[in-house]
Design a protein around this ligand. Structure first.
Ligand SMILES: Cc1cc2nc3c(=O)[nH]c(=O)nc-3n(C[C@H](O)[C@H](O)[C@H](O)COP(=O)(O)O)c2cc1C
Length: 205
């Protein structure tokens, strides 16, 4: 039995490997993931991971993870399904993360005009004052992007750019990716065992 729900959106920004690594970590924790994948995210999965998803079909999570996942651990919704549970503020969850978060989705949230399940669920998290973590991946940023980040931050979201640190001396791409995953789990206040905390050992002395 899982103790809490996390809503996760994957949108069409570059960096789908962040989403895959985050999903793997969430699935190793005592949470149930409620997953929504935008159509643009499927296109990026094709470009970055070589995975193809027929557009009209239900998102096949086993293709992204390379294995089957127990259905009680993850529930997958269609991004067009506005009647799905996460669309309502009455759907209780610990919060939501959109990783990666496209500038389009960010701007939609800033304007409050969500018409997909991802943007509606995120809007519902904001209105219910639940945790919402947005992981944008864009560079450079124009003034519209920056203003949208200010707006969503004022509304209560946490903007957590996919900009890994290097102080933990990463040796692989996975090391960089896991650093961002660690940051996301920390903001969601989920206990995990990913290493790389800065001078943690000093604090324990
Ligand atoms: C290969 C590829 C990479 C993209 N990378 C980014 C990106 O890093 N950041 C971004 O904001 N949009 C990026 N886009 C554009 C978004 O996919 C596009 O704005 C889309 O409408 C976003 O829709 P969604 O937010 O519903 O997923 C990329 C598109 C493609 C095809």
């Amino acid at each position: 039995m899982t103790s809490q729900r996390i809503i996760m959106g994957i949108t069409g920004a570059s960096g789908v490997i962040y989403a895959r690594a985050l999903l793997e970590e969430l699935l190793s924790l005592d949470v149930q993931v409620h997953l929504i994948v935008s159509n643009a995210a499927k296109i990026v999965m094709r470009e970055e991971l070589g995975l193809t998803f027929p557009p009209a079909r239900h998102f096949d999570l086993s293709r992204l993870l390379g294995r089957e996942t127990a259905s009680e651990r993850v529930v997958v919704y269609d991004d067009a399904d506005l009647a799905a549970g996460p669309a309502s503020g009455t759907f209780r969850s610990r919060g939501m993360v959109i990783c990666p978060c496209s500038m389009k989705t960010l701007a939609t949230l800033a304007a409050g005009t969500g018409s997909s399940l991802i943007t509606r669920a995120a809007d519902a998290c904001l209105k219910e004052r639940r945790r919402l973590v947005l992981v944008p991946r864009e560079t450079p940023l124009n003034l519209i992007h920056l203003r949208a980040m200010v707006s969503v931050t004022e509304a209560g979201a946490v903007v957590l750019p996919a900009a890994p640190g290097f102080y933990h001396r990463p040796k692989t791409i996975d090391d960089l990716v896991r650093h961002i995953v660690l940051k996301i789990l920390d903001v969601l206040q989920l206990e995990h065992s990913i290493p790389y905390r800065w001078k943690d050992s000093d604090k324990e002395k």
